[in-house]
Write a protein that binds this ligand. Structure first.
Ligand SMILES: C[S@@+](CC[C@H](N)C(=O)[O-])C[C@H]1O[C@@H](n2cnc3c(N)ncnc32)[C@H](O)[C@@H]1O
Length: 312
């Protein structure tokens, strides 16, 4: 007798059973479906698939007909989503929001991505003081506007470890695109390059004309810990708590530091003493006077260094 044992799906593994982005797309009325292609959907599955059970705060910039907003709401069932655009999506989208009982956790607001104050007010009135986990900019695809949004949102609202996606950056290679050029030095390719520069900034010494709002002083850790880029979509991860570059002093054990410091200071104190006695000897030989202030200062420095040695 042949017994076939098939493995039951693990019903606790909600991720394995949850519908994929492509499956959710098919539930959305064709007239308002997202224009995201299969490559982009696969990129998202890799990028944020592990987060789908978490109560994420999501900002979508660029709604169009609303298909992508419904897609996000279906993929992240406990998320709160703020979706902004300069034009109103069609009524059928709002019908879908109601039918899917999403009106509590999805809000759509008409505001331009380049309107700093409007965007800040909209974000703060929906999310309060909570920070954002995921931002998807699929709006103008123009350098100045996309950069304006990045400057405001990434710097102020993205939580450490949060992900900032910029879609369709390849538009900037099209000669007919408003700020496009095939040389890849204009439009969104220029912005993507600037953000890649930010990844490597910790040890920068050169001047940098990218998003200044993200920069501290030279030598500070980068605000972007990771960049993932493919044709048509890019993602940047905000650095976790700033990690100072290890200095030589912090690489060695504390007892070693103390011993080195004590030796250095003792050596310096000895040099100071030697210099003073040399000066006194010369003065005796030449019968000149050593200024009193000089003697006092030198002795004071010597005492200070001795004290520091003892305090270590
Ligand atoms: C490519 S569509 C968005 C597509 C949608 N995310 C999807 O996947 O189906 C671009 C949208 O960005 C909007 N948009 C263009 N410029 C904008 C701006 N300055 N601020 C906000 N939205 C803008 C357009 O109105 C349009 O609806």
């Amino acid at each position: 007798m042949l017994v076939v044992v098939t493995e039951r799906p693990d019903t606790n593994d909600s991720q394995a059973l949850a519908p994929s982005l492509s499956e959710i797309t098919l539930t959305i009325p064709p007239s308002i479906r997202s224009d995201k292609n299969v490559r982009q959907l696969a990129f998202y599955e890799d990028l944020v698939g592990h987060l789908r059970d978490q109560p994420l705060n999501v900002l979508e910039v660029g709604v169009f007909h609303g298909g992508s907003t419904l897609l996000l709401a279906g993929y992240f069932p406990t998320s709160r989503i703020l979706a902004v655009d300069i034009q109103e999506p069609p009524l059928v989208f709002y019908d879908e929001l109601r039918e899917r009982e999403l009106t509590d956790r999805v809000k759509v607001v008409m505001v331009s991505q380049a309107d700093a104050a409007g965007l800040q007010g909209t974000i703060e009135s929906f999310f309060g003081s909570q920070q954002l986990d995921l931002i998807i900019d699929d709006a103008s695809h123009l350098y100045s506007q996309t950069r304006a949004t990045f400057d405001i949102v990434f710097g102020q609202y993205v939580k450490p470890g949060g992900i900032y996606v910029i879609e369709d950056w390849g538009c900037g290679y099209w000669p007919l695109w408003d700020d496009g050029h095939p040389d890849g030095r204009h439009g969104l390719p220029k912005l993507i390059k600037e953000l890649i520069d930010l990844v490597a900034l910790p040890n920068r010494t050169m001047s940098f004309d990218g998003p200044q709002s993200l920069l501290g002083s030279p030598g500070q850790p980068s605000p972007i810990s990771r960049a993932m880029i493919t044709n048509g979509i890019s993602a940047f991860v905000r650095s976790e708590a700033p990690m100072p570059e290890p200095t030589i002093a912090s690489k060695v054990p504390a007892w070693f530091n103390r011993r080195v410091a004590r030796r250095e200071i003792t050596r310096f104190a000895r040099t100071v003493r030697k210099r003073l006695s040399e000066r006194l000897r010369q003065a005796r030989e030449q019968l000149t006077e050593v200024p009193e202030a000089h003697v006092v200062c030198t002795l004071a420095a010597h005492v200070r260094y001795r004290r520091r040695v003892r305090s270590l």
